[in-house]
Structures are given as structure tokens and as C-alpha cells.
Design a protein around this ligand. Structure first.
Ligand code: HEC
Length: 106
């Protein structure tokens, strides 16, 4: 009986764990700055995105279409959640915010 109680407790703790990494981001609740650090964004793009999206954001081997033309919030969600076969979180945190704002401004 004690064992069952223990297992139930663990289950409760896991179930109430709160924000899972898979929680869907809501575009309307994201607030990003208007300015960006261009050199940092370009470095992050080159390192984490250019292989699939090309050196100039206009398309590459894995996705031969431009990734410009969407809002910075949508760009941030794409980076954090991934898109189709594109992996999520190739860039995270402030670096991801800066990158999203820069790409959307191109
Ligand atoms: C491993 C290859 C790969 C890498 C690295 C990658 N992507 Fe992608 N990305 C894709 C593919 C493939 C798609 C299309 C997915 C689909 O539609 O199923 C895509 C789609 C997108 C889209 C959606 C475009 C649209 O018009 O719907 C955005 C935005 C995007 N990527 C941004 C980025 C950014 C920013 C980075 C760097 C942090 C990045 N991607 C890194 C492969 C990649």
C-alpha cells in the first residue's frame, strides 16, 4: 500500500511538471525587440541555418525557397518549435530572439 502511494505521488509530480518543452508557443504572446545585433545574427545564421537555407536566406539544399517574408514572431516560433523536418531549437534564448528579429528585417 505504501508503495502504491509512492508511485501515485511520483505520477502526480510528473503530471504537474508545468511547462514542457513541447508546449506550443502562441505568436500573439511573444514580445521581441525591434533592434538586433547584425553581426551576432549573421554568425548564428551561418552556423545553424545556412547549410539548409543558403547563404543569403534565399534557399538551400534542404529547403530551396526563401525564409523571408514572415513576421519576427513567426520566425521565432519556427526556430523554437521546428518546421516539418527542420529540427527545433537549433538556436535558443536571446540568440534565437536576435536571429528571428534580424531575419524578419531582411
Ligand atoms: C537540417 C536542415 C535545416 C536547418 C539547419 C534549418 N532549417 Fe529551416 N527548414 C528546413 C526545412 C526542410 C524546412 C521546410 C519544412 C517543411 O515545410 O516541412 C524549413 C523551414 C523553415 C521555415 C519556414 C519557411 C516557410 O516559408 O514556411 C523557417 C522560417 C525556417 N526554416 C527557418 C530556419 C532558421 C532560422 C534556421 C536556423 C536557426 C533553420 N531554419 C535551420 C530545414 C532546415
Amino acid at each position: 500500500m505504501k508503495k502504491l502511494l509512492f508511485i501515485s505521488l511520483i505520477f502526480l509530480l510528473v503530471a504537474c511538471g508545468g511547462n514542457t518543452p513541447d508546449a506550443q508557443l502562441d505568436v500573439s504572446e511573444i514580445s521581441l525587440p525591434d533592434t538586433y545585433d547584425e553581426a551576432r545574427a549573421q554568425a548564428a545564421y551561418k552556423k545553424s541555418c545556412a547549410a539548409c537555407h543558403g547563404g543569403n536566406l534565399q534557399g538551400g539544399g534542404a529547403y530551396p525557397y526563401p525564409i523571408t517574408g514572415i513576421s519576427k514572431e513567426e520566425m521565432y516560433v519556427a526556430i523554437m518549435e521546428g518546421v516539418g523536418l527542420m529540427p527545433a531549437r537549433l538556436v535558443t534564448g536571446e540568440e534565437a530572439e536576435n536571429l528571428a528579429v534580424w531575419i524578419a528585417a531582411q
